[in-house]
Ligand binder design. Sequence first.
Ligand code: ZN
Length: 413
Amino acid sequence: MDTNPSAADLIFDRIDELAQLSENPNHLTRRSLTPEHQSANALVGHWMQNIGMQVHTDAIGNIIGRLEGSDNDPNQAAMLIGSHLDTVRNAGRYDGMLGVVLPIMCLEHLQSHGETLPYPVEIVGFCDEEGVRFPSTLLGSHAIAGTLKESVLQELDADKISMQEALNAFGVTAPIDSATRQPGDFLGFVECHIEQGPVLEREDLPVGLVTAISGASRFNIKVIGKAGHAGTVPMGLRKDALAGACECIVEIEKLCTSLHDLVGTVGQIKAKPGAENVIPGEVSFSLDLRSSDDNHRAYATAQIEEALVKIAKRRQLQITVQNTYSAKGVRCDSWLSGQLGNAVKSAGYRLHSLPSGAGHDAMALASLTRVAMLFVRCKDGLSHHPDESITKEDALAALNVMITFLRQFELDT
Ligand SMILES: [Zn+2]
């Protein structure tokens, strides 16, 4: 491959530069439509302009650059590549930003070798993927896909500023639907993102090909027993809601472990009345279920419900399961992923495919165009944390794969 190792230094320099644009001087927090987000857009727009891209900010605050192909036809469908520029609070610096910096570097590299692609490329820095500021998430990609509901403009942030007011302050005044693009605008969408999990480390690989983005279901499970005196009620006569909930949680863990391609997490639990000397009478706990296969998720839900009914009966408890959130999984496009996978192999790496347990902008864009994703190994699988890190070698590997993909991309395969 003809990339120079110093390209990795530049990737890191740019990611570090973006990481300076933070609402908090001590750590990286950059919520969407803040002045810091505006600065990040300006910086990315500057890099885009330096390689001759036509740059604009759309009606939701996405920054988009377009570089024409050899036909110089502004109506030709473009390959869309990008990721998000917003962060969670106290974030890492690679989640999102790597996927914006990397494609810009790809185009720079091709230009420096005098290469013009036969098709246009658009690079996008999405305004909001993390959903930290407003209740809704994936705002930028939903707006482009035309699936953003007009009503989200009235959503308020913690300071009671509406999204519409935030957009006005950001200097974006165009109607929101003007951000919507048409399926014919794009050849596909490719996102490069850190893995946020430990699989590539285990496989000893710098990059991996994403097969699908997992669908998710969330539940609130309530267990009702009978509160009582910790000293006077004999063990055999108790209806201990917390002990029952614990059995449920262990059973859920067992079921999720036994099923293929599924993860389940109980992350919250509350016990009432919550006193040291009282048998808990009521417990509620959360359950988050994810799978790249919606059928697996539905099967697991049914299995868990069946198991909880048995536990409730045996322990004489009342257990109710309330579904609070559901999102379908999104399969990456086999044609586009096939080409990205070929690029991984051509660049000299073993191809390993894996699902994404975390949500990404590609989920929203899948309703508009074909999507594919490349994961990059990150240390200890850690993300959403200041210690999030990748190596320069892996950044260079991802750059090589993406350059190879752009060079080898064929429309008619
Ligand atoms: Zn991300």
